[in-house]
Ligand binder design. Structure first.
Ligand code: UDP
Length: 240
């Protein structure tokens, strides 16, 4: 009989920073290949995987808007386009190892990718395809973490898996304080009230309102992505 896993359908959020790895380029092909391999392994088990990609490795609207005089909306559109570049890179990498993949963009770029159509995305997932959501929410002033929470709710994914470069959420900055502790579980309220920098307020609130558990984990550790997707204990679990 088929082994059963904790989640049937997951939303994996991959930040731009994670895609950059420690290479000198914006995207480290070793990182995208590692993601592709681990996602391939879990889709073979029958778990449905949707991905939201960030763009901070290429362009972050908020940091440009302040310093350059660029208006925030224009800066954010450039940021959203950056996520499309990451999405296409990740798609090409996944397809190079035989994983059927579709990219859906939040605003139309029909020569490059499908437009976001919720029912179509769900259908792709049911057929075992990986769906990569690009261009965030399609709106300036939002983040791809918020896009991840939104798409997660829309497609009825059971968990938001936030892949980062750190092991999870700490009670202090582990880079500055060597005594900082990794917190294994947190409530939404603890995240917002203690101002723990997990996600922006819009994203975490959307998760809370829709009872979406969030797992924050380190994607640079081998097998962590597949462990997180299979529902094994990694990083920090936020819920309740
Ligand atoms: N962005 C946006 N609306 C969205 C999602 C993203 O305007 O719904 C822009 C914003 O400028 C952001 C950039 O795209 O800085 C890249 O996304 P994000 O910073 O969330 O990427 P990550 O931190 O995950 O790499």
């Amino acid at each position: 009989s088929m082994p059963s896993y904790k989640w049937r359908r997951v939303l994996l959020k991959v930040s731009g920073e994670a895609l950059a790895g420690d290479g000198l380029q914006n995207i480290d092909p070793k990182v995208t290949m590692a993601i592709a391999r681990e996602v391939a392994a879990v889709t073979r088990l029958g778990i449905e995987v949707a991905i939201v990609v960030g763009g901070g490795n290429i362009f972050r609207g908020s940091s440009w808007a302040g310093s350059s005089g660029l208006d925030r909306s224009s800066a954010d559109y450039i940021g959203m386009l950056a996520t499309v570049m990451n999405a296409i890179f990740l798609q090409a990498t996944m397809e190079s190892i035989g994983i059927p993949t579709r990219v859906q963009t939040a605003f139309r770029m029909s020569e490059v990718a499908e437009p976001y159509i919720r029912r179509r995305a769900v259908r792709h997932l049911e057929k075992g395809r990986v769906v990569i959501f690009a261009a965030g929410t399609g709106n300036p002033f939002f983040t791809t973490d918020t896009a991840a929470a939104l798409r997660c709710a829309e497609i009825n994914a059971e968990v938001l898996l936030k892949a980062t470069n750190v092991d999870g959420v700490y009670d202090d900055d582990p880079r500055r304080n060597p005594k900082a502790h990794l917190l294994e579980t947190l409530t939404y309220h603890e995240v917002t009230s203690k101002d723990l920098s997990v996600m922006d307020m819009t994203a975490i609130t959307l998760c809370q309102e829709n009872n979406i558990p969030v797992v924050v984990f380190n994607l640079t550790k081998p097998d962590n992505i597949s462990k997180a997707i299979k529902g094994e204990r990694v990083g920090t679990l936020i819920g309740g």
